[in-house]
Design a protein around this ligand. Structure first.
Ligand code: KIV
Ligand code: NA
Length: 278
């Protein structure tokens, strides 16, 4: 499969083919996504919760994200790699935002960065895209980094004025230079209006079927994260319980000395050496 680039993404969008994005957090998850042929992998800061066990995404650092992004890049051959800029890394001023976007490319091997920001992030996005030449994905709707200010993990755009605000955010992000944007947890009708209004692809998660593409959190959709499952997630596999039963079987096999099996999982000495040794 040839390398997926921004041009590939634009082509899929132009042809009306839904774009498949999936999160990845390390080498094996990235390799699985890449082999499955997803168009874009996202090193989401959701890794704070699903890979590191944090309660939310607010404590994850640039160093944490870079560490995981590097591993993901080792497993990604074809898929286009987008990496989340974490909370606090782009909020203060443009120079800091650009500096951290550059670090994510140089150290994390990101091809694009994603910022959870609407209008208030426009000047930073403009600086990253047009100043540093780094492609940016926007993210509006339910923005987990600011879940506290939203009053929790809640669906956005349910009131008329809130839906209007989302449309304005989407337009601001497009004008700032985003090449794509994630629409998270909003009524399908709002996501459809935004998708029709824009001339860049929207990637939905809990935003209905009219968006230009979809993204899910890998751990949620394969059953490796059971603290809670959002309504918008579909379980495509149930690996968590399978992993538990594999380890349970292993433990029993160890206790019963059924594992390791002599002659199968073991090494022998050459016959002559063994003779002498005995
Ligand atoms: O962090 C993440 O996984 C994300 C996706 C849910 C879009 O931002
Ligand atoms: Na994220």
């Amino acid at each position: 499969r040839p390398k997926t680039t921004i041009r590939t993404i634009r082509k899929l969008y132009a042809e009306g083919k839904p774009i498949a994005m999936m999160t990845a957090y390390d080498f094996p998850t990235a390799a699985a996504c890449d082999r499955a042929g997803v168009d874009m992998v996202l090193v989401g800061d959701s890794l704070a919760m699903v890979a590191l066990g944090h309660e939310d995404t607010s404590q994850i650092t640039m160093d944490d994200m870079i560490h995981h992004s590097k591993a993901v890049s080792c497993g990604t051959r074809s898929a286009f790699q987008v990496v989340d800029l974490p909370f606090g890394s782009y909020h203060t001023d443009e120079a800091t935002a650009v500096g951290n976007a550059i670090r994510m490319v140089k150290e994390g091997r990101a091809e694009a960065v994603k910022l959870e920001a609407g209008r208030r992030g426009a000047s930073k996005i403009d600086a990253i895209v047009n100043g540093a030449g780094i492609p940016v994905v926007g993210h509006i709707g339910l923005t987990p980094q600011t879940a506290v200010a939203l009053g929790g993990f809640r669906v956005q755009g349910k009131t008329f004025s809130n839906a209007q605000a989302l449309v304005e955010d989407a337009l601001a992000l497009q004008n700032a230079g985003c090449f794509s944007m994630v629409l998270e947890a909003m009524p399908s009708l709002v996501a459809e209006s935004i998708t029709k209004l824009l001339n860049i692809p929207t990637i939905g998660i809990g935003a209905g079927s009219s968006t230009s593409g979809q993204v899910l959190v890998l751990s949620d959709m394969v059953g490796l994260f059971d603290r809670f499952t959002p309504k918008f997630c579909r379980g495509f596999a149930d690996l968590g319980p399978r992993m538990v039963s594999a380890v349970t079987e292993y433990k029993q096999a160890v206790r019963s000395r059924e594992f390791p099996a002599e002659g199968i999982h073991t090494y022998d000495m050459p016959a002559a050496t063994e003779e002498k040794w005995r």
